[in-house]
Design a protein. Structure first.
Length: 410
């Protein structure tokens, strides 16, 4: 079993990186140097040798294959992406090493394969840092393995989008809120993965794998993203006594079926999610008890990621990533239930009404644009969004949570 008493560690990072990412990796290295005083070395794949200045024992490597030649016990991957990171992961696990990563894209696509490889080779795969930042979501779910499966797991899994929504609530435009997030290092220069829900969906796929045993690559997660028109919905939600939050959810239906989604949801302002602001994450695990289990904490930026990676690195226990033989088998299905939605656009009602299928609850027109409240399935709403996008019409969408129905808007 791995022990942090004395081990040799390789920290891998990207060759080509923007200054903000380099500063983040320097921070990780500095923290590792302080916390892991008995480690022999931390080798970086980065060609930026300044990364090693904070640790006198560090060695740098510029080619990924060099890492396979290192006699290390632990490989910490901070590259991102799937190709190079996947190569390093497979090589490390084949050699029976502990592999630590915050790479949700890699785990969401190849997690079940890597877990099987770790099991066959007596290696160890730890990816707690890939979901939730400083909020220990994966640790909580692993502790439940073998005891029970949740009824549902829902949460704010993307700190960037939550920061933007909070800034809009406080009076910023969408563009100003995004620019502020980028200035603070909370959003990439290309924020599309945060805004269209791909980042949250990757994290939700990992959560569903741990919770229900569905391979991440086989999990169906429909997404409705954020765009510049979301400020219309944020203002309407405030009038209703609500808040817009970008929620990722998966839950069980009868016959061991699991439905999932990533989308804006209007929640009551006094709801725990409504009170989760700026870059914080929050995840609730419903076990059918009087109240859900919840974890929360900052989910965007370098320090939360560095802290989570170090926590995984220092964990000497073998991480449990699989539910074991005899566990209930679940399947991923489409949610065919109708929900109530609010659609907002700066375009006229006539330009969006014809694209929407489902009973209209009502519609209003104002100088600020058009709002439509409709009962419909998620797939029908996504079809309408895509149809309107093809016609050059931007529409923002949010689902009403129970207790908020939009009637007072009409």
């Amino acid at each position: 079993m791995f022990s942090p008493t004395r081990c040799r560690t390789s920290l891998t990072s990207n060759d080509s990186c923007r200054p903000r990412r380099l500063r983040r990796r320097r921070r990780i290295t500095r923290q590792a140097s302080r916390r892991l005083r008995r480690y022999d070395r931390i080798a970086s794949r980065s060609s930026h040798r300044a990364l090693a200045h904070s640790c006198s024992r560090c060695k740098t490597r510029s080619r990924s294959r060099d890492l396979a030649d290192e006699e290390v016990d632990v490989v910490v991957e901070a590259i991102g992406g799937k190709d190079t990171a996947g190569t390093i992961a497979r090589e490390a696990l084949r050699r029976g090493r502990k592999f630590v990563t915050a790479n949700k894209e890699l785990i969401a696509s190849d997690g079940s394969e890597l877990a099987a490889l770790a099991r066959e080779s007596d290696g160890s795969l730890d990816f707690g840092a890939s979901v939730g930042g400083s909020a220990p979501v994966i640790s909580l779910l692993r502790d439940l393995l073998g005891t029970t499966s949740p009824k549902s797991v829902r949460g704010i899994l993307n700190g960037t989008s939550n920061y933007i929504l909070t800034r809009i609530e406080r009076g910023d435009s969408f563009a100003d809120a995004l620019a502020d997030a980028q200035h603070k290092g909370l959003a990439e220069l290309d924020p599309s993965r945060d805004l269209d829900g791909r980042d949250s969906a990757a994290k939700l796929a990992i959560i569903a794998w741990i919770s229900f045993g569905i391979a991440p690559s086989a999990f169906c997660i429909p997404r409705i993203g954020l765009n510049a028109s979301i400020d219309l919905i944020v203002r309407d939600a405030t009038r209703l006594g609500g808040r817009v939050r970008f929620l990722a959810e998966c839950g069980s239906l009868p016959n061991h079926e699991i439905v999932a989604s990533v989308e804006p949801v209007i929640v009551p302002a006094d709801n725990p999610f409504g009170r989760t602001e700026l870059e914080d994450n929050r995840v609730e695990v419903d076990l059918g008890w009087a109240a859900p289990l919840a974890v929360s904490g900052p989910g965007a930026g370098g320090p939360p990621t560095a802290t989570a990676l170090l926590g995984d690195l220092l964990n000497s226990a073998l991480p449990r990533n699989e539910r074991g033989a005899g566990a209930t088998l679940y399947s991923s299905v489409e949610d065919s239930r109708p929900h109530r939605w609010l659609l907002a656009s700066k375009s006229p009602l006539d330009s969006i009404g014809s694209a929407i299928r489902g009973p209209f609850v009502g519609a209003i027109k104002s100088s600020g644009g058009t709002r439509v409240v409709v009962e419909s399935t998620r797939s029908a709403i996504i079809d309408a969004i895509q149809h309107l996008e093809r016609r050059g019409v931007e529409v923002a969408v949010a689902r009403f949570s129970p207790g908020l129905d939009g009637a007072t808007l009409l």
